[in-house]
Design a protein around this ligand. Sequence first.
Ligand SMILES: Cc1cc2nc3c(=O)[nH]c(=O)nc-3n(C[C@H](O)[C@H](O)[C@H](O)COP(=O)(O)O)c2cc1C
Length: 214
Amino acid sequence: MKRLICTILLLWGTSLAWMYAQEAKPLQLLPPQTEIGKPLMQTLKLRQTARTFDTKALPMQELSNLLWAGFGVNRAESGKRTAPSAMNWQEIDIYVALPEALYLYDAKANTLRPIVSKDLREATGRQPFVKDAPVTFVYVADAARMRNASEEDKTLYSAADAGFIAQNVYLYCASQGFAVVVRGMVDRPSLAKEMKLRPEQRILLAQTVGYPKP
Ligand SMILES: Cc1cc2nc3c(=O)[nH]c(=O)nc-3n(C[C@H](O)[C@H](O)[C@H](O)COP(=O)(O)O)c2cc1C
């Protein structure tokens, strides 16, 4: 009996340790490389959507540059960002689906905060490439930050704000030769559940990035 209890306790302790080992840790992003990139007019000429991706992971520097280009802080003194936002509400959050976990981009701290220790890439879309492409951004509007706005304005402004961010990401990808697609085809209720969102958080768009398939 004593041996059985010891075995059960040992197994329980091991599985607990395993569970904790699976918890994702915060990721420190790198400072953005603001001196790189093609000239704007050449970049605009190259901007396009792609739907085939290599599975190779993006280096941390590229992920950091992408997030900063999308919606990083470009004026530290005011905390304003690389994309405009209605009333400076900054209501769009970028969630980052990577193979090991779902993270939330904290632009001020330049970090990724773990939210769900699970691969949610497949849950971000209905197209077959989404599960294997290395990274998907999910743009989520927090309506609670849009103070005094009517429901109509919340919908309109948050959609526009997410569009600016997505275009910044498109342009960075065009400049650096990455494949990218912005996606409206998302099963929002089921993804919101997986992401553990609050009722006032609304999923607007997803955007998948990776190396082009050779
Ligand atoms: C709001 C929005 C939603 C989109 N949703 C999807 C989508 O769910 N899946 C997809 O493959 N492409 C999607 N696209 C990409 C468009 O199909 C693409 O931009 C269009 O075909 C023009 O191609 P281009 O981006 O290369 O100019 C979306 C684009 C926008 C702006």
